[in-house]
Design a protein around this ligand. Structure first.
Ligand code: ADP
Ligand code: MG
Length: 241
C-alpha cells in the first residue's frame, strides 16, 4: 500500500528510494518509534553512500590499510601514538603531519592508510602527488576554473600531498601551492610526504619568505614522523630474487 506514493515522496525530498521497501521490515510499537527507526535507516544509508563517495573521489593511487602494519621502523613524536595515527584524531584537531624519510620506507603507504581510515570515518579527503596538483592547478587557472577548484579542495577535512619537493616547481606553480597550503592553515589537516628536509624546501619554493611561511604554517600545528627504516621496496625486491 502507498508504495508508489512513498517512493514519489522520497524522490521529492531526496530521500533514499528504498525507504518504501525498508518501511515494511521495520518493527515498532508506536508511530514515533517507527518514524525514528526509519529516519535512522536513512541516516545510515546516507553515511554509507558518503563513505563510498569519499573513498572513490579522494584520488588515492591505490588503497592501503593498517592491517598488519608495524610501527617499529618509524619515529613518532611523543604527542602521537600508533593508535592516534590510525584513528586520525589529529585531523579533528586540524593538525598536520610531515612524513619524512627515504624512498621506499612506507610514507605513501601510511599517508594513504590514514586517508582511507578518514574516509571510512566520514571525513572528506583529497590526495594528490604534489607535482600533479600543481599541474592541475596551473591548467585549471588557465581555463579560468581556479576559484572552483580551490573551493573543492577547501571542502576537504584532510589534504594529503605526496612526494612533496621531489621535483622543482615553476614560480607560478609554487605560488599556487602556497595558496593551497595557506588556505589550510587552522582549517584542515595537511599530510606531506617528503624526502627533503626543511632546509631544502627552498628548492621547492625558491622564495625564502614563502618557504619560511610554509614551514611555519605546517610546523605550527604539526608533527614530524621520521621513517628511518630500510626500504620496503628493496626488501620486496630482494625477497623475489
Ligand atoms: N608498514 C608497512 N607494512 C606493509 N607494507 C608496507 C608498509 N609500509 C610500506 N609498505 C609497502 O612498501 C612499499 C614502499 O612503501 P611506500 O609507502 O611506497 O614508500 P615511500 O612512499 O616512502 O617511498 C609499498 O609497496 C608499500 O605498500
Ligand atoms: Mg611514496
Amino acid at each position: 500500500m502507498f508504495e508508489n506514493e512513498i517512493t514519489d515522496c522520497c524522490k521529492a525530498l531526496k530521500l533514499g528510494a528504498a525507504m518504501a521497501q525498508t518501511s515494511k521490515s521495520i518493527e515498532a510499537e508506536t508511530h514515533q518509534e517507527f518514524l525514528y527507526k526509519i529516519l535512522l535507516e536513512e541516516i545510515k544509508r546516507r553515511n554509507e553512500a558518503k563513505r563510498v563517495r569519499y573513498l572513490n573521489t579522494a584520488g588515492f593511487y591505490s588503497i592501503k590499510t593498517f592491517e598488519g602494519h608495524r610501527f617499529d621502523e618509524v619515529k613518532l613524536p611523543a604527542a602521537l601514538s600508533p593508535d592516534s595515527i590510525k584513528t586520525g584524531e589529529f585531523i579533528d584537531r586540524k593538525e598536520n603531519l610531515v612524513l619524512y624519510g627515504n624512498v621506499g620506507t612506507g610514507k605513501t603507504h601510511m599517508a594513504t592508510a590514514i586517508g582511507v581510515n578518514a574516509c571510512n570515518a566520514g571525513k572528506e579527503v583529497k590526495f594528490f602527488r604534489t607535482a600533479a596538483l600543481v599541474n592541475y592547478l596551473s591548467e585549471q587557472k588557465s581555463k579560468g576554473n581556479l576559484t572552483k577548484v580551490l573551493k573543492a579542495i577547501n571542502k576537504a577535512d584532510l589534504l594529503i600531498l605526496d612526494e612533496w619537493g621531489y621535483v622543482p616547481l615553476e614560480r607560478d606553480g609554487a605560488r599556487l601551492l602556497f595558496q593551497v597550503i595557506s588556505d589550510c592553515y587552522e582549517k584542515r589537516s595537511v599530510i606531506l610526504t617528503t624526502n627533503q628536509e626543511f632546509s631544502k624546501w627552498i628548492t621547492v619554493f625558491y622564495d625564502e619568505q614563502m618557504t619560511a611561511s610554509i614551514i611555519d604554517r605546517i610546523v605550527h600545528y604539526g608533527h614530524l614522523v621520521i621513517f628511518d627504516g630500510p626500504s620496503n621496496r628493496l626488501k620486496g625486491a630482494l625477497m623475489k630474487n
